[in-house]
Design a binder for this molecule. Structure first.
Ligand SMILES: *Cc1c(COP(=O)(O)O)cnc(C)c1O
Length: 524
């Protein structure tokens, strides 16, 4: 082979000159400093934005050209457009008064870690495709496992979301049903497959319904066990349902309990459900996407008693552990089963590195994480969990979660004492469900409940439209409930009190003008 270019000097690799390669390192350094400033400005001035985007559908689309750019553009021009068109039309999840859904925090160390992860842009599918990414992942899931006080030797793997973690868990539960051989035979075209039944509660997250759809079980396989007064799964009803299904010739295979349900953060009776699963030989999956983070606080850990009986647990550090999206962790009592369900090694990915399950002890063997789930390509997510855990330390994280629980408790107490407010669910963690109730409504007024639904829906929408705070809602026992969640690291008591003040003011105004005549007679 001859080298035709010998002696020629290569042009500087600037895309605007050569049309080739990437931004130059010097160009990157300059642009990067601008981006860091842009981020720091954003985090400084965040509270000047309305929390909920005050954008009309199509507003943004209209400002973005219909055709892709043909010529290179400067990073300055791109960032200017970002600043002018994109950033102001976001809903600001980082805003301290974001108290809807579940508040999340892209913390400083997490943001920086994400930048580094993109910079090295590794693919952690195999140990050898980035040994430190794989071994760091093993270590950080091991750290988090200890912080949550989960049993030793549980296998852990990072995924993007709880939805995917739960999908993998239920797939593994399905995989180990004796005699089913679903990996080889599939579920279709067979007459020898019984109906597999999956037990969830009326409060279970919809990702489990999606898992049933994706895994060929179908929604008809789902047994939605009723809740008790505290929105927790009724264990007696669970046992009844299992027995009924067995009698009917079905094959119960998995129970999903939730530690921190999406509506009220109720925690299912994990110990009792775990005992049923042991006795009935059913896979026990615990969805602790939100509530699992509370387990790192010693005095809150008891609320998740029984979680250690699980076969699999999902927790989302991107929810309440201040790690930016996406980062979910799936723990599995028996990692070998997960591998058994998913491992499939095409020739081009075969290595002579021996694979292993136990991440912590045997130094000779390596873990190829691609064998424990669906995706082949894996972003370097462990880095941000590592940096966040180190930057805040266990104590720093515990302090923040403790404070969120304290603020929520204070708010709940305020609700209980206010004649204009009514609490609609217990507060096991840092989410309060409540509604506004004019104290002088007649006790048994006709359509009173419907009126309260309307009043609360309007009051919440009106408060959200101020842009000062953001709240979301749920329905509890059929009734509209406002949810206030304290789980963003920037949220303080001041923001919670502002939400309360705005709600009281607004609902009083709405009630004055809109209450129907027949509900105006005072209680006598
Ligand atoms: C948020 C949440 C989910 C969904 O999490 P993703 O990571 O967005 O898929 C599932 N279950 C519970 C209990 C949750 O709180």
């Amino acid at each position: 082979m001859t080298d035709d270019n010998q002696g020629e000097t290569l042009p500087e690799l600037d895309p605007s000159q050569t049309g080739l390669s990437d931004m130059t390192p010097e160009g990157f350094r300059k642009a990067g400093k601008k981006v860091i400033d842009l981020i720091a400005d954003y985090l400084t001035d965040l509270e000047d934005y309305p929390v909920l985007a005050q954008t009309k559908p199509g507003d943004v689309r209209r400002k973005i050209p219909d055709h892709p750019p043909q010529q290179p553009e400067s990073i300055e021009a791109i960032l200017a457009d970002y600043k002018q068109t994109i950033e102001p039309n976001l809903t600001h999840w980082q805003h301290p008064a974001f108290m809807g859904y579940f508040g999340i925090t892209g913390s400083g160390p997490g943001i920086l870690a994400d930048a580094i992860a993109s910079a090295v842009n590794i693919n952690g599918m195999l140990w050898r495709t980035s040994p430190s990414a794989t071994e760091l992942e093993e270590r950080v899931v091991h750290w988090l496992r200890q912080l949550m006080d989960l049993p030793r030797n549980w296998f852990g793997i990072i995924t993007d979301t709880a939805s995917i973690s739960s999908l993998l868990a239920v797939a593994t539960a399905r995989h180990q049903v004796p005699g089913l051989l679903v990996r080889e035979k599939g579920l279709t075209g067979r007459t020898d497959v019984p109906r597999l039944t999956l037990y969830i509660s009326s409060q279970t997250h919809s990702s489990l319904d999606k898992a049933a759809i994706l895994l060929g079980l179908g929604l008809d396989s789902i047994r939605r066990i009723p809740e008790d007064d505290a929105f927790c799964m009724d264990v007696t009803e669970l046992e009844k349902a299992i027995h009924t299904d067995r009698k009917a010739g079905h094959t119960p295979f998995c129970v999903v309990a939730t530690a921190g349900t999406t509506s009220t953060t109720s925690i299912d009776p994990l110990a009792a459900i775990g005992a049923v699963c042991r006795r009935e030989k059913l896979w026990f999956h615990v969805d602790a996407a939100y509530g699992g983070s509370a387990a790192i606080v010693p005095e809150l850990r008891a609320r998740l008693e029984g979680i250690e009986l699980a076969d699999s647990v999902v927790v989302n550090p991107h929810k309440w552990l201040f790690v930016p999206m996406h980062l979910s962790v799936l723990y599995c009592r028996n990692g070998a089963l997960l591998e058994d369900a998913f491992s499939l090694i095409p020739e081009y990915l075969r290595t002579t590195d021996s694979s292993k399950v136990d991440a912590s002890d045997n130094k000779e063997e390596v873990c190829d994480f691609m064998n424990y789930g669906v995706q082949l390509g894996r972003k370097f997510r462990a880095l941000k969990l590592w940096m966040v855990l180190r930057y805040f330390g266990a104590e720093g994280l515990q302090r923040r979660i403790r404070e969120h629980v304290r603020i929520a408790k204070e708010f709940a107490n305020g609700v209980d004492q206010n004649p204009w407010m009514e609490r609609l669910a217990p507060v096991p963690l840092s989410t309060v469900c409540f509604r506004m109730t004019p104290p002088d409504l007649p006790e048994n007024g006709e359509n009173k409940e419907d009126y309260l639904d309307q009043l609360n829906e309007k009051a919440m929408a009106s408060v959200n439209s101020t842009g000062k705070v953001f709240l979301s809602h749920t329905r509890l026992k059929g009734r509209f409930a406002i949810r206030l969640v304290v789980s963003n690291a920037r949220t303080t008591e001041k923001h919670v009190l502002l939400a309360k003040e705005l709600l009281l003011e607004t609902s009083k105004t709405i009630d004055e003008s809109e209450r129907p005549q027949h509900l105006r007679q005072r209680n006598s």
